[in-house]
Design a protein around this ligand. Structure first.
Ligand code: GS8
Length: 229
């Protein structure tokens, strides 16, 4: 039955290896055991397929399921969870209130931690300083939220964990290019332990790139953005 199901499914992922948002989709698909075609995108020269599949944002990731495109990584994750749903691999809790809370934290992580995190390496001056403050302050909120828990939702690896773990592979780039220290182990011990726990999962282990490699690409992105090359 399972192989029949796989034969009927046509799943493609348009992404870029360094994209933490794309990594979310990769971890989600791996957690569900879905086979898919990985289609690397050059974000400096966008393919006609990417522009056709995500004409509004023109960003990766885009999941293409049986020809139908789904974009925006948190929406992609919810789609994956809904389509390949099983009680053992659910990314979201079943109770409506618990679901709402998980979505709240995924949204918080997205807007208040991931975005300012990215701003720490690709901006300069006051904007960069403000991004560093915002990132560290909001990381502290997540540190509190993780207290006494293995994962953000409790004992199960779920949506918030998938949304956040990819960004930990960027922390080294944030620190080096932002010229600041996160002091994860000392100041954020719950997040430190959580990160190690997430990295033990096959889905995460095989998805997250080497932080040194991320730094090389992040350095190029910064130079291009700030007009330094
Ligand atoms: C963000 C995707 C994104 O920024 C999501 O999927 O959750 N809210 C979206 N993708 C970047 C690559 S990772 O930084 C991207 O595609 N950038 C191309 C561009 O901005 O032109």
């Amino acid at each position: 039955m399972d192989s029949l199901k796989e034969d009927r499914e046509d799943v493609k992922l348009l992404t870029a290896w360094v994209s933490p948002y794309g990594m979310r989709a990769m971890i989600g698909l791996a957690e569900k055991g879905i086979k898919y075609e990985y289609v690397e995108q050059n974000l400096r020269d966008k393919s006609p397929l990417l522009l056709q599949m995500n004409p509004i944002h023109k960003k990766v990731p885009v999941l293409i399921h049986n020809g139908n495109p789904i974009s925006e990584s948190l929406i992609v994750l919810q789609y994956i969870d809904n389509v390949w749903n099983s009680p053992h691999t659910a990314f979201l809790p079943s109770h409506p209130y618990d679901r709402a809370i998980a979505l709240f934290w995924a949204d918080f992580a997205d807007k208040k931690v991931c975005f300012p995190g990215l701003e720490t390496f690709r901006t300069k001056g006051e904007v960069q300083e403000a991004a560093k403050c915002e990132f560290l302050q909001n990381l502290a909120i997540l540190e509190g939220e993780l207290k006494g828990k293995n994962y953000f939702g409790g004992d199960r690896f779920g949506l918030v964990d998938i949304a956040l773990t990819p960004f930990t592979s960027w922390f080294h780039a944030f620190e080096s290019l932002g010229r600041f220290k996160i002091h994860l182990e000392e100041k954020f011990p719950n997040i430190w332990a959580w990160k190690k726990r997430c990295l033990e999962r096959d889905s995460v282990k095989k998805t997250l790139p080497n932080p040194e490699k991320v730094l090389v690409t992040a350095t190029e992105i910064r130079k291009r953005r700030l007009g330094e090359i």
